[in-house]
Design a protein. Sequence first.
Lengths: 163, 418
Amino acid sequence: MSVIVWIVEATWPACVDATRGHVAPDTDIVLLHVTAQDVPAAAHHAYTRLLGRGHRERDPGARLEQLAATSAQELLDAAAARLGRACTRWQRTGRPEREIVAAADGAELLIVARDGDLTHLGPRSLGPVSRFVVDHATCPILLVWPQTAPALTTIPPPPHDHP
Amino acid sequence: MSSAAAEALSVVLLAAVLGFAVFRPRGLPEAVVAVPAAAVVVLTGAISLDHFRAQAERLGPVVGFLAAVLVLAWQCDQEGLFQACGAWMARSSAGKPRRLLVHVFIIGSLITAILSLDATVVLLTPVVFATAARIGARPGPHVYACTHLANTASLLLPVSNLTNLLAFAASGLSFTHFASLMALPWLVAVLAEFLIFGRFFATDLDVGAHAAAPGEDAAFPVFALVVLVGTLAGFVLASALGVSPAWAAAAGAAVLTARALARRCTTLGAVLQAANLPFLVFVLALSIVVGAVVDNGLSGALGDLVPLDGSLLALLVLAALAALLANAINNLPAVLVLLPLTAPAGAGSILAVLIGVNIGPNLTYAGSLATLLWRRILHQHGTAAGIGVFTRLGLLTVPAALIPAVVALWASLHLIGG
């Protein structure tokens, strides 16, 4: 049993801070980053659409895959440094929402940051990927705000009661 | 040979040329099949000697122009221009993903317009990814922006896209006249893409990022920038003097090459490789084969479908037809097919075709049905990744960019005159 911390660009510091604040010191901690495959694939396909250019070595898709792997490694290193505790680093590639749910199966806890519309409280504070993870994960989830949560007054007014 | 037999032969050869170019067994150059196919259509008389000669005379300078632009872009990369663009975007975005997207749109549109779509796809995209990673922003919106701008922002200048160079040669327009007619369509199309990207990628753009760590950037390549500005001025000057603007591109490429050679930063072999000779030969051979297909019956068959009265509706239909054809085959053969059919109707119709073949490829994932089928058959790695995002984005952006761009072209034709 371990605690899985989802490390994703921009919102990861909040997840690491929540781990430090809420997870007991002797727990196994896994920092998990998933590189979305579609971004290098988009660059690869932009190149294949150019007819007749030859030179497969110029395909930017391959370059982006390398850059993505380096960037993921750096992100996990930064997260481990901020955590300041013993931890395991997992680097996966694929569809982030599916990889996260699969990796968190049987975990003690999954720590996720909100990444949707962060200006007010509401269901849209989850973007499509984190929405999928929250809906489909089999384990308990700790859901944190990546920044200070909006005030309670930002909740939309209740619908009119029917008499 | 009868016309029907010649048409059948030409179509089979064209299919073989395109199939080979997509499949590329053992990584062989595309010209390996295209050149023999062109030789067959010439030797069997499927294309008349007169037409062959005319085609070669018209396309020779186009291919030279293309080579100059390819070398110019490559030399700018060697001088560090793209890295400098990345450093500027990282600094000026100040840790705000939405601001980074604005700057990616500005840089991507300018690079595509001046140094062609190849430069954006091959040289700028990795820089943009690294820039997003450097400020901790999610890379998706910015990389997709590069892939889209390579098509949409290639409307502005004859040098922006090979399709433009071909149309430019057929249109009889001057460089500046072409640019002035396409300026408004270019702006409108890029703006439409930007508005859709802002909403489509709202999640990734709103989560924030951090400011770039300072002090690791190389000096700005002033020399390359001066040469680029000089080349642009050369285009305008050449246009005013009635000289081919290809000479301005060649001069720009020559200056950067001479400097790199003098400083022993490059070799002539590397420059020749950047000029991509097999690609240039492929373009020539492909245009000969397509010429045979058009001569022997396609022009008659498509002629009735193509409205040439220059009305707004006719321009819209032309652009839509061109976009569909670009997705069915590829935009390069598509423009080669449509140019001879639309050229008699004047510049307006040619430019409408260009808007279609340039923006259209954003619609489908693989760029053409043929490519998609090949990849399905081959189960190539990464085929499925991102097809959903790509298709939804394409369905939103292509009509939203294409229709206003054609309306803008129609307005420009009335304001400036074709």
